[in-house]
Write a protein that binds this ligand. Structure first.
Ligand code: HEM
Ligand SMILES: *[C@@H]1O[C@H](CO)[C@@H](O)[C@H](O)[C@H]1NC(C)=O
Ligand SMILES: *[C@@H]1O[C@H](CO)[C@@H](O)[C@H](O)[C@H]1NC(C)=O
Ligand SMILES: *[C@@H]1O[C@H](CO)[C@@H](O)[C@H](O)[C@H]1NC(C)=O
Ligand SMILES: *[C@@H]1O[C@H](CO)[C@@H](O)[C@H](O)[C@H]1NC(C)=O
Ligand SMILES: CC(=O)N[C@H]1CO[C@H](CO)[C@@H](O)[C@@H]1O
Length: 325
């Protein structure tokens, strides 16, 4: 008697949730999606992330970037995690991904989650949760990660080249790539602020130092002292050496990136390009405020995490993140 009543209430409640979700621009994602099927999932993921980040804090930046690279190619469907197969070269093997790191953290989180609720939680959701937890552990903002993403089964090398913004992108190129993902100029500025953490390889920006227009020249918009310091570290053709994105505080999630942009002390043309647009400039000035950056960042990250997600019965729940089932 009691149990049937309970079941009815649950059924009515889940109908409501379902109705809410289906009319929701979120595209079927919801907070606490795994409440019934894998209630402990966020704690399990958080513990795994903590164990890695406490030993290797620089992985946090890499995990955040991995989530971005996932979402911009075929939506946030875990396609960045798939390995190349006999028949298809994967996104992982595209030049923009040569510098991705931290796949072992995703694999460890997935293994831990599979232990408590096998076959339930997608790799795409795990990556979104891991990116959030990693940034939060560096002292960065916390943002909501609605879940319910499903995993794609396709990963194509050339798509990563075509869909990810290159470091030499102009403002109009950046704006159009972000727009094609439903992100506006404010999101572009706010999310670029993630370059307050992490590292870059010399060859991602050395064109600005040594051969900007193909005539052996330097990007005139670079601060001269900053460029001189970069040239000491990065010789022409060096694709091994790494430099800190935000020198001195590359492990701290702060508003320094925006200070650096205004001083012409940022590594990529895509960073410098933000100064070439009036609307973007006004957002840069806003983001110099710590509180604006953290709260706007949470909003833009949640938005990024919804890009073209697979939900419902689309896709699958991969058993191992590097392979489709
Ligand atoms: C706006 C266009 C963007 C461009 C052109 C761009 C480009 C790059 C490049 C070239 C690197 C250095 C890779 C290397 O040489 O090792 C990098 C690193 C990084 N990017 Fe971006 N990025 C952009 C936006 C974003 C966004 C939206 C995010 C996060 C959501 C992000 C997060 C990161 C992080 C955290 C790193 C450091 C990675 C590490 O330490 O391993 N970037 N980005
Ligand atoms: C996937 O490929 C990477 C190399 O890109 C390799 O290190 C890893 O072991 C592969 N994953 C699995 C589960 O085979
Ligand atoms: C960016 O670099 C690529 C490869 O080096 C080159 O093909 C492309 O023309 C460059 N784009 C811009 C806008 O400079
Ligand atoms: C500079 O760029 C031009 C045009 O892309 C190329 O022909 C030349 O070899 C480059 N020089 C160096 C030193 O890389
Ligand atoms: C780095 O440069 C060397 C020498 O030019 C080349 O053999 C190697 O493939 C490059 N590595 C990457 C990761 O691009
Ligand atoms: C992490 C990873 O799989 N990196 C690959 C990225 O793509 C290059 C080829 O461009 C591969 O050599 C790397 O192994």
């Amino acid at each position: 008697m009691k149990t049937t009543q309970m079941a009815r209430i649950l059924c009515a409640a889940s109908f409501l949730i379902f109705a809410c979700a289906s009319t929701n621009a979120a595209g079927g994602l919801q907070l606490n999606f795994y409440d019934q099927t894998c209630p402990g999932v966020s704690n399990v993921v958080e513990e795994v992330v903590a164990s890695y980040i406490s030993r290797a804090p620089t992985l946090a930046a890499a995990l955040l970037r991995m989530h971005f690279h996932d979402c911009f190619v075929r939506g946030c469907d875990g396609s960045v995690l798939l390995n190349t197969t006999k028949s298809s070269k994967a996104e992982k093997d595209a030049p923009p991904n040569v510098t991705l790191r931290g796949f072992q953290v995703i694999d460890a989180a997935k293994a831990a989650v599979e232990k408590v609720c096998p076959g339930v939680v997608s790799c795409a959701d795990i990556l979104a949760l891991v990116a959030r937890d990693a940034v939060h552990m560096l002292g960065g903002p916390f943002w909501n990660v609605p879940t319910g993403r499903r995993d794609g089964v396709v990963s194509i090398q050339n798509e990563a080249v075509a869909k990810l913004p290159p470091p030499n992108a102009t403002f109009s190129k950046l704006k159009s790539i972000f727009a094609s993902n439903g992100l506006d100029v404010k999101d572009l500025v706010v999310l670029s602020g993630e370059h307050t953490i992490g590292i870059s390889h010399c060859n991602s920006f050395s064109g600005r130092l040594y051969n900007f227009t193909g005539k052996g020249d330097m990007d005139p918009s670079l601060d001269k002292n900053y460029a001189a310091r970069l040239k000491i570290k990065c010789k022409p053709g060096d694709n091994k050496t790494i430099v800190e994105m935000d020198p001195g505080s590359f492990r701290t999630f702060d508003t320094n990136y925006f200070v650096n942009v205004k001083k012409n002390r940022v590594l990529f043309q895509s960073d410098a390009a933000l100064l070439t647009d009036n609307e973007a400039q006004s957002y840069i000035n806003q983001q110099l405020q710590y509180l604006s950056f953290f709260s706007d960042f949470a909003v833009s990250m949640e938005k990024m995490g919804r890009i073209r997600v697979l939900t419902g019965t689309a896709g699958q729940i991969r058993r191992h993140c590097a392979f489709s089932n």
